[in-house]
Design a protein around this ligand. Structure first.
Ligand code: ADP
Length: 383
């Protein structure tokens, strides 16, 4: 297949900020991109060579989109996997595969997958609904506190609850769910591992994530993580094993818990560019987006080493009522050395919506962290 300056079309399902940043690199290689999203004003809309309005969860929309491109990839998990399976059977290249996406769409199936493949993860139990959980969790040897999760459609901490007593189980929920033993977390780490069609693999340096206590959203990503070489090596090995077991093509972001006893457990994975890899644009030799393109086109992978340490700060909406976005005080940080501002281009801000991010680089990671935390306090995303 002739990839460059030809009739080749890279199809991307989902038109959010991850797709937008993927397209910066696709453009650098002059690849033709075709994107589908249901929102006419999605961040990708103005950048894609072709932008199609369609529903990524709809069988017919996905099949019709897939038929018109050479390679299909995703920037979000919530895709109709039956449609992807049909396209694969017809010989279309779909990365990640329909099978991998289907497993990852369910937290319960992910946990079963880790168990089946001997990948380290917390003890868990799947239930078909909340009633079944209430009647059985004690026999299943779970004690308070434990962590409850909705199997599907949770994101950014929505669909996760810490259950401390019986009263905490007094909510209504009809669908599949699971509980996990509550881990004493020392640090939350992430490794993004890239795997191309030929099976070549490379990890980005391990990063440390700090979450906002109220929203459960990632607030800061620090590169490199403040961990020992031994932990870094073990974390990368777990990420590579996981990518291999999934037979991944593309990026796999592996979110990990480092326990107080220095054990490393997989929390969850995402088969696409990830919020914990945005800093790679400025901090690493190759960005996660460039690397994803290399994977799905079966090109040699880029070097992942750190050029300069950094911290990524998420900019999320703080306004409770949805409205036109204002980035208050953003003009004041343009003159701080090492500051890179990314605005995703979503017109409306609402509470906890990811609207942009800022990466701060510095030879001294402590200095970068200090600037990052100061900036986070000053900039307000409101309407
Ligand atoms: P989401 O997919 O919505 O981001 P996660 O499954 O990653 O949800 O959980 C959100 C957060 O909840 C994690 O980042 C972690 O801080 C906490 N958490 C999740 N599972 C556990 C667990 N088993 N033990 C302790 N804390 C957990």
């Amino acid at each position: 297949m002739q990839l460059f300056s030809s009739n080749f079309k890279l199809g991307i399902l989902g038109g959010g900020q991850l797709g937008k940043m993927l397209m910066y690199d696709a453009k650098r290689y002059d690849l033709h991109t075709k994107v589908m999203d249901s929102n006419q004003e999605a961040p990708c809309a103005k950048l894609a060579d072709e932008f199609i309005i369609g529903d990524i969860t709809d069988y017919d929309d996905v099949v019709s989109f897939g038929n018109k491109v050479d390679i299909i990839t995703v920037e979000i998990e919530k895709i109709n996997t039956d449609a992807l399976l049909f396209l694969e059977k017809k010989g279309k290249k779909v990365f990640p595969s329909a099978r991998t996406l289907k497993v990852i769409q369910s937290k319960s199936d992910q946990k079963d997958f880790y168990r089946q493949h001997n990948l380290p993860s917390s003890r868990f139990k799947n239930y078909s609904n909340l009633d079944e959980l209430r009647n059985n969790f004690e026999n299943d040897n779970f004690e308070f506190p434990f962590v409850w999760k909705s199997s599907r459609f949770g994101y950014d901490g929505k669909g996760v609850k810490i259950i401390k007593n019986y009263d905490d189980l007094n909510f209504s929920f009809e669908n599949e769910c699971l509980i996990e033993e509550k881990i004493s977390i020392h640090k939350e780490l992430s490794v993004i591992v890239a795997r191309n069609i030929s099976g070549e693999m490379k990890c980005f340096p391990v990063v440390e994530m700090e979450f906002n206590e109220n929203s459960n959203l990632v607030e800061y990503v620090m590169c490199p993580a403040n961990i020992s070489n031994d932990i870094e090596k073990r974390a990368m090995q777990i990420a590579m094993n996981t990518s291999e077991k999934f037979n991944m093509v593309g990026l796999l972001a592996v979110e990990l818990f480092l326990t107080k006893e220095d054990k490393i457990l997989i929390n969850e994975v995402a088969p696409r560019p990830h919020n914990s890899g945005h800093h790679t644009i400025e901090c690493c030799m190759t960005s996660q987006f460039d690397q994803h393109i290399r994977c799905v086109l079966d090109l040699p992978l880029g070097e992942t080493e750190i050029l300069i340490p950094g911290i990524m700060v998420n900019l999320v909406g703080e306004n409770k009522v949805e409205g036109n976005v204002i980035y208050k005080n953003i003009n004041d940080i343009f003159d701080i050395p090492g500051v890179f501002i990314h605005i995703y281009g979503k017109k409306k801000s609402r509470l906890n919506r990811k609207m942009g991010h800022i990466t701060i680089v510095n030879r001294d990671i402590e200095k970068a962290i200090e600037i990052g935390k100061k900036i986070k306090k000053e900039i307000k995303v409101i309407s």
